[in-house]
Design a protein around this ligand. Structure first.
Ligand SMILES: C[S@@+](CC[C@H](N)C(=O)[O-])C[C@H]1O[C@@H](n2cnc3c(N)ncnc32)[C@H](O)[C@@H]1O
Length: 214
């Protein structure tokens, strides 16, 4: 037994010492480029109620559905929700609701986590949507925004109906504070190798326990 274990250790040590320069490529070849990021969803408390606000075709809800027991996915578009319904078939714990982000079909303090992924740049009044997100979050609940850094792609206004050409940290921080959020964190994300769009940021914030009665 000892000899077998020692032989195995020697084999893996030999593999690691010879493959350091190739490991990143091999890892991606074997398991894909995002396996480690997907695995981090396992850190989420499964009891958390997550709101996927502006869920589109349900890509994010689908991934989260492995880790969370209740997801409320909201979108205004009938077509997007139909696609989401198809993508989320059999995921009974993901509830699709049609409605606007300016007047969310979500109860006050219903959510532990609210996600606004790639949606704020479409909205004429982001401040109103942030205030709605705050209303639907429990005191201390967390908001996560994924969106674009300021960019020059004017054509997106015509081709995709973008209203905002990205957001700066200063602007988003002011809006989040005004909407009753605190503990604001901002990170510019490193560009993905094959991505053609503008660089993204992720902002997280906590709904203040004092900002609203609950
Ligand atoms: C670019 S998609 C992003 C979808 C998804 N969050 C994702 O990351 O793949 C933006 C979504 O926001 C929805 N949307 C835009 N404005 C909205 C509004 N005022 N109320 C509700 N949904 C809205 C659109 O219908 C669309 O599905």
């Amino acid at each position: 037994m000892k000899q077998v274990l020692a032989r195995r250790r020697t084999t893996s040590e030999a593999f690691f010492s010879s493959s350091a320069s190739q490991w990143d490529r091999l890892r991606e070849e074997l398991f894909g480029p995002t396996s480690h990021i997907k695995a981090l969803g396992g850190l989420l408390d499964p009891n958390l109620v997550v709101g996927d606000l502006g869920c589109g075709t349900g890509t994010v809800s689908h991934w989260l559905s492995q880790f969370c027991e209740r997801i409320i996915a909201v979108d205004a578009s009938k077509e997007m929700l139909e696609a989401a319904q198809e993508n989320l078939a059999g995921q009974e714990h993901v509830e699709l609701r049609q409605g606007s982000l300016e007047r969310l079909p979500v109860e006050t303090c219903e959510l532990d986590i609210a996600l606004l992924m790639l949606v704020l740049h479409h909205l004429p009044e982001p401040r109103r949507v942030l205030a709605e997100a705050a209303r639907t979050l429990k005191p201390g609940g967390r908001l996560l925004i994924l969106d674009m850094l300021p960019h020059e792609r004017e054509d997106y206004r015509q081709t995709m109906g973008h209203v905002w050409m990205g957001f700066s940290e200063k602007q988003m921080t002011q809006w989040l504070l005004a909407a009753g959020f605190e503990a604001i964190r901002w990170r510019a994300l490193p560009p993905e190798t094959k991505a053609k769009g503008p660089s993204l940021f992720v902002a997280t914030a906590r709904r203040s326990k004092l900002s609203q009665d609950s």
